[in-house]
Design a protein around this ligand. Sequence first.
Ligand code: NAD
Ligand code: LMR
Length: 329
Amino acid sequence: MTRTPVTVTVTGAAGQIGYALLFRIASGALLGPDVPVRLRLLEIPQAVKAAEGTAMELDDCAFPLLSGVDIFDDATKAFAGTNVALLVGARPRTKGMERGDLLEANGGIFKPQGEAINAGAADDVKVLVVGNPANTNALIAQQHAPDVPAERFTAMTRLDHNRAIAQVAKKAGVAVTDIKKLTIWGNHSATQYPDLFHAEIAGKNAAETVNDRDWLENDFIPTVAKRGAAIIEARGASSAASAASAAIDHVHTWVNGTADGDWTSMAVVSDGSYGVPEGLISSFPVTTKDGKWEIVQGLEIDEFSRGRIDASVAELAEERDAVRKLGLI
Ligand code: NAD
Ligand code: LMR
């Protein structure tokens, strides 16, 4: 039986993440090896030609699962009927910029895109915001899509999650697959809190197994939290292939479910869990099943973790207040 293609809209399709992302979506990595996809690409008018070039290359791959590619410079058309919306298009920060510097420049993009999703996306639409500042951009889009359930808007902290797993695996000398229950809390920014106290290495508590508090506080946490800046410094451009890979992981896990005995990190609309004010889009430990996510409940939060989570959440509240002042929500 031939399945109906799933419509996936990607914004910023001509950008560097777009270039790393589209070919993996078309190959089946996003939704599964038996799910055909139809791509709708959104770009600003000046970049439509470049997006057309990428579409030519997509044709040239003859991907069996790719049922078509359409390119738009109009958000309403690009999101019409979309099942999965990947909001990547935004200006990346360059050397010396903090993500907060992007609030005004990029916030303006997400209001019309939220409205367009509200107007015409499919009833089951799932939205992942990658463009920075991702959590607050997701909040802006969500606030302008009142007819779409709020839980369908998420922001990406999976890259931070994957970065943290790689660092712990290296420190412990184990495979990345031995690391479970890692959590990124808060904002996708330098205040984020990668939590090893609830994580496991080969079934045992990760913080106890590593048993190196100095490394945990002064190496692991800052290395993960400042990795984006380190990549910009080294590459002269912000992370692209790893960001695209994390976006694939985020949606794949959301649609296909987390494994038993594990969870992932997603920035989702807070229901007040763990003292995070309701409505903020903050990263939590999350399990997924049947296309729905749930925040993992009941974790004990000690004083150290409390302070770290509160600091990142305070930054999210500041960002929300700033975009409110700018009239974006
Ligand atoms: P890029 O500059 O290479 O590409 C961005 C693309 O977006 C450009 O082609 C641009 O024309 C397009 N664009 C701009 N405004 C648009 C709009 N209104 N509608 C549609 N397209 C639009 O940037 P990139 O390296 O691909 O990064 C994209 C974003 O992702 C940046 O904000 C970056 O900071 C962010 N990012 C987030 C994470 C994360 O973990 N959440 C990781 C890496 C990068
Ligand atoms: C990243 O984490 O690599 C991206 O968000 C880019 C950045 O500005 O840090």
